[in-house]
Design a protein around this ligand. Structure first.
Ligand code: ASP
Length: 608
C-alpha cells in the first residue's frame, strides 16, 4: 500500500506516530512561515503542516501545490494548537517530512466543496470531480449501505439473487422499450427490460420460490423531474404466498432498513384501499404526514344562487388548520396557483373561520353565516382555520384538490423531510381505459390497459366481472366503446407502498392459470395469436405446474433519495442522465459510424 492510514482516521491518540497518507489537496493556506494543506480522501480530511524553519525546501514545495494535486506524504502526527471541532481528525495535524507528488491536476472547473460554485450542467460534465464532493460521496455511501442491508435481510429469509438478461424481447405494454438492433439476426431487435417481470415469474415456475435482484430497468419515457431512463429496482418474487405474506415480508424490509440505516423505528404500516385514497386524498399515493382530507361539500353547498357550485359535479373543501390569518394577498396568490394550467381549477373559494368565531368568505353574497357554519361543521374546521373550496368535474377537481392539498402542506410546513409516513395502498383497479397516454405507443390508446401489468391477478371476489366482460367482448357489444366507462372495474390483488406521498414500490399477486391469463389478454385487446406471439413462453410455462406466486419491486433510487432526505434521485446515482436523457459526461447517446450502421443494415432517415 502507498499509505499507512486514511485521511479520516487519525485522532489525538495517534500523536507521535509516523504515518504515510495519500490524497488530494483540498485547500492550502500560507501564513507567513507556515503552510497548511488539507489533504482529502474518501474518508475525510487531515491537515498537513509545513514550516520554513523546519525545512525551507519542503515548505516551498508545499506552497507550489495546486488544488487537487495528488500527494503521498510521510510525517509525524502532532497535536494541533487550533483544534477544529468540525472535523473528526481536527485535533491533530501531520508535521510532514517527505512529500511526493503522485500526480498534478488542472484547476478544477468548480470548487470541490459542499457549497460548490459549479452549476448543474458543469458538475454533470465533470461528474468524476463532482463525486469527490463529500455530499455526493455520502449519498453513494448511503446507497451502498441500503443495498447491503437489503441483501442481508432478504438473504436471511432465503431469498436468492438471480441475474436475469438485459437483452430481451420487446413487448408493447407499459412504457416504451429501449431497443437494440441485433447484428446476427438481421432486422431484429432486442429490448432492454422495463423490469424482469416475466423472468422472475418463470423462476417461480422453476421452483426458486424466493427470488430477488437489485437490478437495472429501462423505460423510454418522457423524462419528468425525478425520472431516469435507467433506474434500479429491488425486484422480488415469492411462491406459495398470498398478498398478506408479501405485504408483511416487505413491510419487514422497510422496518429493517429504517432501523439499521436511519435508526428510526417505524410503526405498523396502515393500509388504505385505492378507492379510499382517491376519495380522501384525490391521489393513489397520498402524503400521510398530514391529514387535511378532501371533504365532499356537495350536500351543504348546492341549492343556493351560486351557479358555479350548482353546476359542478363535485365540490371539495380542504381545511387548512390555523391558516385563517392568510392575507388577501396570500389568498390571491393561491387562487392564481390553482388556476395555472398544470392544476386547472377555474377558481378558489375561501372561508375564514376567524378567532372571534365569525365566518368570512369570498362568497358572502350567496351564503349566509349559517350556511358557512354548516360547511365548517362538515370540514371539522375550528376557530383559526381556513377552508378552501374547489368545484368542477369529479375527476379533474379531485386531482386539483390533491395538488392544492400538497401545496398547502408545503406552505404550512407539514411536509417535514425528517418525518416518515408509510402507507400500503391496496385493491387497485385491475385495468383502466387508455385514452391516449404520451408514454405508450399510440396504437394502444382506445383500449383497456393493465393498471399494474397484464400478469396481475384479479381479486377473487371480482372474478365474475372478468367473466361478464369476456362475454360482452365475445358478443361484440364492445363495438360502442364509451359504454365501457360504465363497466364495473374489477379490482386487482395489487398494492403500492407509499412513503411521504412518493410511490416507493408496487407489486401484485400474479395469475398462474393459463385460462385466466388468456382472458386477461383478451380484455386487453390481444388476439389469441398476438398473445401467443408476445407471451406464449409464459403461458406455456404455466402449463408445467406454475405455483401460486406474487411479488413486488421497490424503486431503489427513490428509496435512497428518501432516506437521504432529498427530492431528486439524481444525486443518488453515480452517473445520472440529464432531463433530455443525455449523459453529458460521455456525450451519449451519440451517432454511430457508417460501418456500424452497415453491419446492422440500418439506413438512417435523412434529418430535414
Ligand atoms: N414488475 C413490476 C414493476 O416493475 C413490479 C412487480 O409487479 O413486481 O412495476
Amino acid at each position: 500500500m502507498l499509505r499507512t492510514n486514511t485521511c479520516g482516521e487519525l485522532r489525538i491518540e495517534d500523536v507521535s506516530k509516523e504515518v504515510t497518507l495519500c490524497g488530494w489537496v483540498q485547500k492550502s493556506r500560507d501564513l507567513g512561515g507556515m503552510t497548511f494543506i488539507d489533504l482529502r480522501d474518501r474518508y475525510g480530511l487531515t491537515q498537513l503542516v509545513f514550516n520554513l524553519d523546519w525545512d525551507s525546501n519542503l515548505c516551498k514545495q508545499a506552497r507550489a501545490l495546486g488544488r487537487e494535486f495528488v500527494l503521498q506524504i510521510t510525517g509525524t502526527v502532532i497535536e494541533r494548537e487550533n483544534k477544529n471541532k468540525n472535523t473528526p481528525s481536527g485535533d491533530i495535524e501531520i508535521k510532514v517530512s517527505v512529500l511526493t507528488i503522485l500526480n498534478s491536476s488542472l484547476t478544477p472547473p468548480f470548487t470541490i466543496e459542499d457549497d460548490t460554485d459549479g452549476g448543474d450542467e458543469l458538475r454533470m460534465k465533470y461528474r468524476y470531480l463532482d463525486l469527490r464532493r463529500a455530499m455526493v460521496r455520502k449519498n453513494l455511501e448511503l446507497r451502498h449501505r441500503i443495498a447491503i442491508e437489503t441483501r442481508n435481510y432478504l438473504d436471511k429469509l432465503n431469498f436468492i439473487e438471480v441475474e436475469t438478461p438485459v437483452l430481451i424481447k420487446s413487448t408493447p405494454e407499459g412504457a416504451r422499450d429501449f431497443v437494440v438492433p441485433s447484428r446476427m439476426n438481421k432486422n431484429q431487435f432486442y429490448a432492454l427490460p422495463q423490469s424482469p417481470q416475466t423472468f422472475k415469474q418463470l423462476l417461480m415456475v422453476s421452483g426458486f420460490d424466493r427470488y430477488y435482484q437489485i437490478v437495472k430497468c429501462f423505460r423510454d419515457e418522457d423524462l419528468r423531474a425525478d425520472r431516469q431512463p435507467e433506474f434500479t429496482q429491488i425486484d422480488c418474487e415469492m411462491s406459495f404466498v398470498e398478498q398478506e405474506d408479501i405485504l408483511n415480508t416487505f413491510e419487514g424490509l422497510l422496518v429493517y432498513l429504517f432501523k439499521t440505516v436511519k435508526n428510526i423505528d417505524i410503526p405498523k404500516i396502515p393500509r388504505m384501499s385505492y378507492a379510499q385514497a382517491m376519495k380522501h386524498y384525490g391521489n393513489d399515493k397520498p402524503d400521510t404526514r398530514f391529514e387535511m382530507k378532501l371533504i365532499d361539500l356537495n350536500s351543504v353547498c348546492k341549492g343556493k344562487n351560486f351557479n358555479l357550485f350548482n353546476e359542478a359535479e363535485l365540490i371539495i373543501g380542504l381545511c387548512a388548520t390555523g391558516a385563517a390569518e392568510y392575507t388577501r394577498k396570500q389568498l390571491d396568490e393561491l387562487t392564481e396557483w390553482v388556476k395555472r394550467p398544470q392544476i386547472g381549477a377555474s377558481g378558489l373559494v375561501y372561508v375564514r373561520y376567524q378567532n372571534d368565531g365569525t365566518l368570512k368568505s369570498s362568497v358572502d353574497k350567496f351564503y349566509s353565516e349559517e350556511d358557512l357554519k354548516k360547511w365548517a361543521e362538515v370540514c371539522d374546521a375550528k376557530k383559526g382555520d381556513l377552508i378552501l373550496v374547489l368545484a368542477g368535474n369529479k375527476h379533474e377537481i379531485r386531482k386539483a384538490a390533491s395538488e392544492l392539498r400538497l401545496e398547502l402542506g408545503n406552505r404550512l410546513g407539514l411536509r417535514d423531510k425528517n418525518k416518515f409516513s408509510c402507507l400500503w395502498v391496496v385493491d387497485f383497479p385491475l385495468i383502466e381505459w387508455n385514452e391516449g397516454d404520451p408514454n405508450v405507443l399510440a396504437s394502444l390508446s382506445g383500449r383497456w390497459h393493465a393498471k399494474h401489468h397484464p400478469f396481475t391477478s384479479p381479486k377473487k371476489e371480482d372474478l365474475y366481472i372478468i367473466n361478464s366482460m369476456i362475454s360482452e367482448i365475445r358478443e361484440e357489444i364492445i363495438a360502442d366503446r364509451p359504454m365501457n366507462y360504465k363497466v364495473q372495474i374489477p379490482r386487482a390483488m395489487a398494492y403500492d407502498i407509499v412513503v411521504n406521498g412518493v410511490e416507493i414500490g408496487g407489486g401484485s399477486i400474479r395469475i398462474h392459470n393459463k385460462d385466466l391469463q388468456g382472458k386477461m389478454f383478451e380484455i386487453l385487446g390481444f388476439s389469441k395469436e398476438e398473445a401467443q406471439k408476445q407471451f406464449g413462453f409464459l403461458m406455456n410455462a404455466f402449463e408445467f405446474g406454475a405455483p401460486p406466486h406474487g411479488g413486488i419491486a421497490l424503486g431503489f433510487d427513490r428509496l435512497c433519495s428518501m432516506f437521504g432526505g432529498a427530492d431528486s434521485i439524481r444525486d443518488f446515482i453515480a452517473f445520472p442522465k440529464n432531463n433530455s436523457g443525455r449523459d453529458v459526461m460521455i456525450d451519449a447517446p451519440s451517432e454511430i459510424s457508417a460501418e456500424q450502421l452497415d453491419e446492422l443494415e440500418i439506413e438512417l432517415k435523412k434529418q430535414p
